[in-house]
Design a protein around this ligand. Structure first.
Ligand SMILES: *Cc1c(COP(=O)(O)O)cnc(C)c1O
Length: 815
């Protein structure tokens, strides 16, 4: 990694920065790398040539970044995540390389507009939702903050399914996102790794702890990486994604020659299946072993790569934890803990205690849930079959750990049983969250309330044992993607207001907008931006109140509560057609896990209600319900700038943090929400008078459950609620939705009916505020001005200072 290898060292010309240079490079890419000419280039040729031209500019920065980082030999941050919801790359990379205008110019001779070309840029949907998007925001902010970091993940052939509506219900199609290739990635076949599965272990003569694992199957992990540029800095980090493939020997030529075509490739197919699809969350039992295989595949490839990188500059294993911090994004990569132990003990021959001390200081764990059903566990027998050596190591870790517990809480057998990494009630299972807490130096929740509830409920025993280990790092979002790229109009207004665009990587500066909240001209501009964004979105009347609920479908998020509100509005308007109704456009978007039937029933009912309302000449002028298909980052970027009202109405105590709430507030939408996740902190920042609060808090919700909750009591007591549920049951919406009503009246797991009246009252407050245009606009400006805290740059600064203990390594600018 000497200086000599870089472009300057070998006398390679620097890529020019003028429009002419850029155009030359684009035409050259088209001619030499795409092998086509201006006359015959297709739109896709133009797209790929442009992508390569932009990528070249980042690649130069990347080479200098790697050189500066390795020379510094810092503590590297390795972010391990089963998911990355990166969003489209072209627009981002144009912005981060400052070449947007050059690109638009350079495309002219090709007779193409930049917008047309951008439409060909496919978003890699390698994640389900919030967790994967958080990973993408954090790696963006790490690069922006000049933190030496690598994100590790899986290069799934098929990302999150594409959603469409068929007869008002969700239909799913495979997302072959790289069907046309992916111009943004660099394959790195020389860094491939071999990963084992199954087999057995053998004792090693003369060593009581070391074992030899003889896998029954091996698979190759082949990496490629995508560039992760920082904004307004030289740093370009990478996200390295692993793809599984069979070895050369996995193709059986003799069987092929004998006409057994399927058999000839079956071993290769089995290997490649590991990175074939992103698993939807809340999935069924089906294919669970494959999912554990994916997790181990990611961890094994990444750890070997991390060790390879460590050894480029270091020799002593005792330095490993000082040079390495591996952040586990939820429990999916937890098997990295026993894998590092295995590598250190079995392969590098360290003794157990030394290896354990290194391992514990190397990892940190972010927990993302409070839902007990989302806390991952694996049957012991599955581990035993798939990863026999890892199970032995987990048993050893557990034995040492339980001795520690016994020493702290002598004779507390109950506690020992509760804390064990192996759950013994019924089928024996490995509790991944326990393993993650035991094997790491720090554990964090993702919002204040969530971290508190983790300490006080799910992980209480562990917090008793190691209080200092538990921390909070409130999530954040990338202001580049979710303000600058998503909402260029608002960005311009903000930059004009603040005298420059320095706020884009110093989001606290938004606070300076406060003084403009009372400036009539500024308010007028603010309003006209929102209106123009609504016109672009074209979801409904741009003068209507645009009320959005965009997120994964889950009963705890309570799309059903929003729907009961819609049905009640529908009834009210029908009863009083000449009322002074505020026109509303209610926009839903989100996917349901394919096997999550209750969520799919809610989607179906939403569309049935939408159709009924649209067909009702009395109600339709006042109320419109829209379901936008295939919610993804690209769609989020279109909807968020147009939103007036942000629905964050989960049952308190269930949403870990939320990040959609932050994106919307920063774009000037007002929040109606419960005291859940980061809503609490948003409310604290924007001020309670600028936030619409309703519903039970987490404590009251838990109480209600304990005291015996009877949804029917709310139904009996509340005539409007009764009318809404009765209408569903009477078939008023095409006969659809009885399952939804039945579940609400029968059990109502997430206390929807308990919060219904409070929610409706709060919506009336929303309408009062909306009628006063100046008041609303002022509230909107203050929401943006006061939410600078929710930048992922701040989140990363918190991780860096409190958990990772790393400092920036700036990359020198050329000249
Ligand atoms: C931000 C985001 C999410 C997370 O939304 P929540 O409201 O926090 O659940 C999910 N999906 C996409 C595409 C996002 O951009």
């Amino acid at each position: 990694m000497g200086r000599m290898d870089l472009r300057q060292g070998i006398g390679l010309r620097r890529l020019g920065s003028t429009a002419d240079d850029f155009q030359q490079d684009l035409l050259s890419s088209l001619y030499y790398r795409k092998g086509t000419t201006v006359e015959s280039a297709s739109a896709r040729d133009a797209y790929e040539a442009l992508a390569l031209t932009v990528r070249d500019r980042l690649a130069d920065r990347r080479a200098r970044t790697a050189a500066a980082q390795f020379a510094h030999n810092p503590r590297w941050v390795y972010y391990l995540s089963a998911e990355y919801l990166l969003g489209a790359q072209l627009e981002q990379n144009l912005l981060y390389s400052g070449t947007g205008d050059l690109a638009a110019q350079a495309l002219k001779p090709l007779g193409r507009s930049l917008e047309e070309i951008e439409d060909l840029d496919v978003e890699p949907g390698l994640g389900n939702g919030g967790l994967g998007r958080l990973a993408a925001c954090l790696i963006d902010s790490m690069a922006t903050r000049d933190i030496p970091a690598v994100g590790y993940g899986i290069r799934y052939d098929f990302g999150i399914f594409k959603q469409s509506l068929e007869d008002g219900g969700q239909a799913e199609r495979a997302d072959d996102w790289a069907f046309h290739g992916n111009p943004w990635e660099f394959p790195a076949p020389d860094d491939r790794q071999t990963v084992g599965f199954y087999g057995h272990t053998e004792p090693v003569p003369g060593s009581p702890v070391r074992k030899r694992w003889v896998p029954g199957e091996t698979v190759l992990g082949e990496p490629s990486h995508m560039l992760v540029p920082g904004y307004n800095t030289e740093t370009v980090n990478i996200v390295r994604l692993w793809r599984a493939r069979g070895s050369e020997a996995s193709f059986d030529l003799s069987r092929f020659s004998a006409g057994q075509y399927a058999e000839a490739v079956q071993e290769a197919v089995r290997a490649e299946n590991i990175s074939k699809v992103l698993y939807p969350d809340d999935s069924t039992e089906l294919g669970r072993e494959l999912r554990l295989k994916q997790q181990y595949f990611l961890c094994s490839c990444s750890l070997r790569d991390i060790i390879r990188r460590f050894r480029l500059r270091n020799e002593n294993w005792d330095d490993f934890a000082d040079k390495t911090i591996i952040q586990l994004n939820d429990t999916h990569p937890t098997v990295a803990i026993p894998e590092l132990m295995r590598l250190l003990v079995d392969e590098y021959e360290l003794d157990w205690d030394r290896a354990w001390s290194i391992t514990r200081r190397t990892f940190a764990y972010t927990c993302h849930t409070l839902l007990p059903e989302a806390l991952e566990t694996w049957p012991v027998h599955m581990f035993e079959r798939l990863l026999p050596r890892h199970l032995e190591i987990i048993y050893l870790i557990n034995m040492h750990f339980l001795r520690e517990v016994e020493a702290h809480f002598p004779g507390d057998a109950d506690r020992i049983r509760r804390m064990s990494i192996i759950g013994e009630n019924g089928e024996r299972r490995v509790r991944m969250a326990h393993l993650a807490v035991v094997g790491t130096e720090a554990v964090n929740g993702v919002a204040e309330l969530h971290s508190k509830l983790l300490r006080e409920t799910v992980l209480q025993d562990f917090a008793d044992l190691w209080p200092a280990k538990f921390q909070n790092v409130t999530n954040g979002i990338s202001p580049r993607r979710f303000i600058r790229l998503a909402n260029p109009r608002l960005s311009e207004v903000i930059s004009d207001g603040l005298g420059g665009d320095g706020w884009l990587n110093d989001l606290d500066r938004l606070a300076e907008l406060e003084s403009l909240a009372d400036d009539p001209a500024f308010r007028e501009r603010w309003r006209s931006v929102k209106r123009a964004n609504k016109v672009d979105l074209a979801a409904g009347d741009p003068d209507s109140l645009t009320d959005v609920m965009i997120k994964r479908f889950h009963e705890y998020k309570r799309q059903q509560l929003k729907l009961l509100h819609v049905i009640t509005m529908y009834h009210r308007i029908r009863e009083n057609p000449n009322g002074d109704w505020i026109p509303r456009t209610v926009l839903f978007a989100g996917k349901a896990a394919p096997a999550y039937h209750a969520a799919k029933h809610i989607i179906r009912l939403i569309n049935a209600v939408a159709a009924t309302i649209a067909a009702d000449p009395v109600v339709a002028p006042h109320l419109r319900v829209v379901f936008a298909e295939n919610y993804n980052v690209t769609l989020a970027e279109r909807i968020i700038p147009a939103a007036d009202l942000s629905e964050q109405i989960s049952l308190a105590g269930k949403e870990a943090s939320g990040t959609g709430n932050m994106k919307l507030a920063l774009n000037g939408a007002l929040t109606i929400g419960t005291l859940d996740g980061a809503n609490i902190e948003i409310r604290a920042h924007v001020g309670e008078e600028n936030f619409f609060l309703f519903g039970l808090d987490a404590f009251q919700a838990a109480e209600a459950r304990i005291n015996g909750y009877h949804p029917r009591e709310h139904y009996e007591r509340d005539a409007e609620l009764r009318a809404a549920l009765d209408a569903i049951n009477a078939g008023a919406f095409g006969g659809v939705g009885r399952e939804v009503a039945e579940s609400l009246l029968g059990w109502d797991e997430y206390l929807t009916l308990a919060d219904y009246r409070s929610y409706l009252d709060c919506q009336e407050e929303v309408e009062r505020a909306w009628r006063d245009r100046d008041r609303w606009t002022r509230m909107s400006i203050l929401n943006t001005a006061r939410c600078g805290f929710f930048s992922a740059d701040r989140t990363v600064a918190d991780y860096a200072a409190r958990i990772w203990r790393v400092a920036p390594v700036p990359v020198p600018r050329e000249d």
